[in-house]
Design a protein around this ligand. Structure first.
Ligand SMILES: [Zn+2]
Ligand SMILES: [Zn+2]
Length: 312
């Protein structure tokens, strides 16, 4: 499966600020002086040598992940990131029919507000199937595009498949399972298996009781996944301060991934208050935590960012 991240921000879209951009430039230019670059040809290597938060950004679009599983195109959530995914698909399909299976975790705005801007929706020949295990899927999605909120109703290219809370079904050769998470108004994880590889998408979830017993239903669902995409919106301290907000942190993510025997763990749903530097620091602390708690572990941890691609 080929995975690509189009939106990794939680709660609300969060463009890079001018202050953060100036910081990045200043730090990079100081590094240029220190490195004593003398030729244009040294620039690409120099840029690659910079710390991630100086040369890149996590991006500001909200939740959207693309998975290509053989010939089947899956899209996880329709946050603002789905807008650019739509443009990319229009370009790569070059007029051919687009069939996409859009799996929604829940209908908080950061997971659906890109759907009205998903350009493939405007071609009635395309097949765009929205799935959701929460009640009233179709009513909720259509409700986002009533005239009071949006000038255009949901186009006919969109179809709906209402799922159950714990569902199990196939899309072509892809197996999909759903599982309820702890989140205000509910959110749902997806377990996606294709060609003996498994990806879990588990965003918008809080784990208040982190005893093995309380976590067992989740660790059973996540078990042996090749990749777990995990909501780590907060730091551990903030998670305690913001009890019942329905999100998690990197430390719990590592505990849960280790208990579930997951191979790769990607943190997503970044808080709008965190800039790239802060996200980088959070990742460094998470790696330290993993190295202290389980130095022999093969678990790999990453920070999700827009444009990130990987294959499992
Ligand atoms: Zn969210
Ligand atoms: Zn939510």
């Amino acid at each position: 499966m080929n995975i690509r991240f189009w939106g990794v921000r939680g709660s609300i879209a969060t463009p890079l600020t001018n202050a953060d951009l100036s910081d990045k430039l200043e730090t990079a230019l100081q590094a240029v002086l220190k490195a004593g670059l003398t030729s244009d040809r040294q620039i690409p290597d120099f840029i690659r040598s910079l710390t991630w938060h100086i040369r890149q950004t996590a991006g500001g679009d909200t939740s959207c992940v693309e998975i290509q599983a053989g010939d089947t195109l899956l899209i996880l959530d329709g946050g603002t990131g789905i807008r650019r995914l739509g443009l990319d698909l229009m370009h790569s399909y070059m007029g051919k029919i687009i069939e996409a299976h859009i799996l929604l975790t829940h209908t908080h705005w950061d997971h659906i507000s890109g759907i009205p801007f998903f350009v493939p929706g405007f071609n009635p020949n395309n097949r765009l199937i929205l799935y959701g295990p929460f009640p009233g899927l179709e009513k909720r999605i259509r409700g986002q595009q009533v005239p009071e909120y949006f000038p255009v109703p949901l186009p006919p290219a969109f179809k709906f498949v209402q799922l159950k809370e714990k569902d199990h079904f196939k899309i072509g050769e892809v197996c999909v399972e759903t599982f309820p998470l702890n989140h205000p108004g509910s959110s749902h994880a997806y377990r996606i298996t294709y060609s003996n590889k498994t990806v879990i998408y588990a965003t918008d979830s809080e784990y208040k009781d982190v005893s093995a017993k309380a976590l067992k239903p989740f660790t059973d669902f996540f078990h042996n996944a090749d990749l777990l995409i995990y909501d780590a919106q907060f730091t551990l301290v903030e998670n305690i301060e913001k009890e019942d907000w329905g999100h998690s942190n990197t430390f719990y993510g590592i505990d849960i991934a280790l208990e579930s025997n997951v191979k790769k763990l990607i943190f997503t749903h970044h808080d709008p208050a965190y800039n790239d530097k802060k996200l980088w620091e959070i990742l460094q602390k998470a790696v330290e935590y993993l190295n202290i708690n389980d130095p022999d572990s093969n678990l790999q941890v990453f920070l999700a960012y827009e444009g990130m691609t990987l294959t499992v």
